[in-house]
Ligand binder design. Structure first.
Ligand SMILES: Cc1ncc(COP(=O)(O)O)c(C=O)c1O
Length: 459
């Protein structure tokens, strides 16, 4: 670590943090007795806290973000160069990095053509909700205004996104929510809702059709789904699921919005998670790994057919997408995203993600043989989860306190892993692993060996 903080500096900073910073998703009572932890530096797969302790980060910055790893000077240089040339101009005008990045991004997304810039995953999703509502208002006589979302999925922290939240521990207490958001059942076969189904994927997708029919197909405009549910339990969809979802969307003229905020930009070993399943979305939203956290940027990407709906009558001053994202005009975003994408390409990080993802998965399956507490290993690429259970036969979830103790034990041994957190009551029991796409075999083996030791110690 380059920055050596003196003991007094650390103490002051810890006190400043304790006194003034409100941390996300944190119960602050604990900081009355335990120091808040300050992260101060990162290189590659590793980060250091203010005490100088080194960690191997298997979470890409806590929330699956730093896809190309820490300390990337070329991204910092690209951002600096852009900032001194032109830091900002509102999105009604174009920019050099904005045009370049949109073109690069679209090259990776056959069938999609238009990119709308904003600055967080939540905001990118809100844009889709607004577009769907405006399409309903302008092209369906006010019908087709409802938006479906899935149990266990998460789409962000703003009110529309919370209305579309399939994780009750994320949205309880913050309502009332805007109407017109309707839940469909989850598709986690391990917690099978359709035991008699011949094909679980078809049954889980048909449950969406049942909701559309119940609500009335002429009221349903879109469905918003994660390609692989992230914080709701790393849920890889069962075989046949996505294919059937696509058929249902086509049949009822329901627009398909895929939330790639976690899976986008290589996390699963392909550019986008939906590409693993051969589906063709109408909207894709991307944030987090888009610039690996070097700048705040998100994109809402759609088709020319959708885009055209917003310019059908140029004489009508209301006939365009009446949306503003102030910080969608920060040019550090596309500058960082361009360099982030170049790194993924030049360093062949998709191939590395496939290879290291397989290794991570195999290692976790190896742990499963030794540790009955692992009920199931799920995931794709460098995006894996291990659901912990108190009893493999009954699948009773392991108590959350124990899951958190496993995470804490790994942390004490210098490896940062995640666990589903404040998502679903009684089901915050999945360890989550999302190392940067640069992970080496040695990194992967260290991560899983540490988890093994922690499971032995805690469970
Ligand atoms: C799948 C998914 N969508 C959207 C979001 C919201 O992104 P942001 O926190 O950038 O608003 C998240 C955040 O974790 C997410 O996991």
């Amino acid at each position: 670590m380059n920055i050596m903080l003196k003991t007094n500096d650390i103490a002051d900073l810890v006190e400043a943090d304790r006194a003034h910073v409100w941390h996300h998703l944190s119960q602050h009572k604990s900081y009355e007795t335990v120091d808040p932890q300050l992260m101060v530096e990162g290189r590659g797969m590793r980060v250091w806290d203010a005490t100088g302790k080194e960690y191997l980060d298997a979470t890409s910055g806590g929330v699956w973000t730093v896809n190309v790893g820490y300390g990337r000077e070329t991204i910092a240089d690209a951002v600096r160069d852009q900032l001194v040339k032109l830091n900002y101009f509102a999105g009604a005008k174009g920019s050099i990095p904005g045009a370049r990045f949109a073109q690069k991004l679209i090259e990776k997304m056959p069938g999609l053509t238009r990119v709308y810039y904003s600055n967080s995953g939540s905001e990118a999703n809100e844009k889709v909700f607004k577009m769907v509502r405006q399409i309903a208002a302008r092209h369906h006589g006010g019908r087709k205004w409802k938006i479906l979302y899935r149990e266990r999925d998460y789409h962000g922290t703003t009110f529309g996104a919370l209305a579309a939240c399939g994780q009750p521990q994320r949205n309880t207490d913050y309502g009332p929510y805007p109407p017109g958001f309707v839940e469909v059942p989850h598709c986690l076969e391990y917690r099978n809702q359709y035991p008699d189904a011949a094909d679980y994927g078809i049954a889980a997708a048909d449950a969406i059709e049942a909701v559309i029919l119940r609500e009335g197909p002429d009221t349903v405009g879109a469905i918003c789904l994660e390609p692989i549910t992230a914080g709701g339990g790393v849920i890889t969809p069962p075989a046949s699921y996505w294919e059937r979802v696509q058929e249902i969307c086509t049949k009822y003229n329901v627009l398909l919005h895929i939330d790639e905020v976690v899976c986008g930009l290589g996390r699963t070993g392909m550019w986008f998670g939906y590409q693993q399943y051969g589906v063709q979305p109408d909207f894709v939203t991307v944030a987090k790994g888009l610039a690996s956290g070097y700048a705040a940027i998100s994109c809402t990407i759609t088709t020319e057919a959708i885009f055209d709906l917003f310019k059908t009558d140029a004489s009508d001053p209301m006939n365009h997408f009446r949306d503003i994202s102030t910080f969608g005009g920060c040019l550090a975003g596309p500058a960082a995203a361009l360099e982030n994408m170049r790194i993924i390409e030049d360093e062949e990080l998709l191939a590395n993600t496939v290879a290291m993802g397989q290794r991570l998965r195999n290692n976790l399956l190896g742990l499963m043989e030794k540790h009955p507490v692992i009920g199931e290993v799920r995931g794709c690429g460098l995006f894996q989860g291990a659901e912990l259970v108190a009893d493999r036969t009954t699948k009773e979830p392991l108590a959350e306190a124990k899951v958190q103790a496993v995470v804490a034990k790994c942390m004490s041994m210098g490896v940062i892993i995640g666990a589903t957190n404040r998502s679903l009551p009684g089901l915050n029991n999945t360890l989550t692993l999302s190392p940067a796409l640069i992970a080496t075999a040695a990194d992967i083996d260290t991560i899983t060996a540490t988890i093994g030791e922690a499971l032995t110690a805690i469970v």
